[in-house]
Design a protein around this ligand. Sequence first.
Ligand code: NAD
Ligand code: ZN
Length: 370
Amino acid sequence: VTRIRIDISTPLNSGYDVTVEPGALRTLGDSIHSLVPAHRYALITDSNVAQHWGGAVLSALAAAGLTTELITFSAGEAQKSRETWSALTDRLLALGFGRDSAVLALGGGVVGDLAGFVAATFMRGIPYVQLPTTLLAMIDASIGGKTGVDAPTGKNLVGAFHQPRAVIADPETLSTLPEVELRGGLAEAVKHGAIADSGYLAWIEAAIVSILSLDAATLTGLILPSIRIKANFVAEDTNEGGARAALNFGHTIGHAVERASSYGLHHGHAVAIGMVAEARLGEALGITSAGTADRLANLLRTLGLPTAIPAAYPIDQLIGFMASDKKARAGDTRFALIAQPGEMARGPAGSWTIPVPAEAVRSTLSRIRD
Ligand SMILES: NC(=O)c1ccc[n+]([C@@H]2O[C@H](COP(=O)([O-])OP(=O)(O)OC[C@H]3O[C@@H](n4cnc5c(N)ncnc54)[C@H](O)[C@@H]3O)[C@@H](O)[C@H]2O)c1
Ligand SMILES: [Zn+2]
């Protein structure tokens, strides 16, 4: 199987196909026009992805007779801004794009979020297709329809829900991805196993060597179930508030660690640390089954990811960052914890998050520092 259907029903969208297929970008022209018929296409990408894959995608589209403009911006999270959004929409207007056009977002999560937000807002919304080229974008950012940009005061503060018409992931693009990015994406795949599917977790444990050697069939086998897991949580909870919180496993402590590093640590690497810490926290509270944290730590370490909180980060600062996290409410910090590998723990009244007093967090964090 290389294609799964995602049923995220919104008033404007009844679901869409996600294809994961080695070589899919080289044959893109055949599928794009039927998936999203348009008069013209804006292929939006960043400077790195343009260099590696822009030419191949452009020629695939040209070979199918599609009129396409390549629109590029400088790579990096700093470009996920209203300024770049402005420049991209101005460029579309200058090129005479109208309602009968469509956006193709070729790149990692930065391109997907930004180009998706351009598609969500240009002429009050035009269709778009996600063509994710990082592992993180394939299994996480391209799924779920969240688009947007950062603001000076925080990430993802301005945006819109806008579901793509399709997601097409070509695992071959991962061959040019820097290793730190690949490993960061692997952390999110482990997270999907940890929160929803112990069989998938065990599959990753057994496939580590072929995953790291980028074997195409193995990558497809890694990516598809991961997308399915994310999509299931999103479909249950399209606009957030319930089940989607499970996807925050590892992220409450992970975000604090990421902030303590002044964003020098890659998000996925911070989440690896966060998952181990939150599993240890769950074990200390009697919520997570004993041995879970060690199992996750072993797997993540073998995948080349960090698992301990760097000693240089003051615990008080980390706790402070958690309290100002948008998921914290009234004193206690709420955590999405797992009961055991593959299964979420549920809080009071079936809630997907569990309030934990700062003292319990503090005592776990002080035990598990480097
Ligand atoms: N919308 C969502 O639901 C959602 C979910 C998770 C993350 N995100 C967002 O995703 C972003 C992070 O995404 P990311 O990790 O993909 O970062 P990214 O898009 O910045 O990509 C990472 C780096 O890899 C480069 N790159 C991408 N594909 C490449 C390839 N195939 N070969 C060589 N280089 C390549 C990029 O140019 C960039 O330098 C963040 O802005 C985050 O907020 C969104
Ligand atoms: Zn994440």
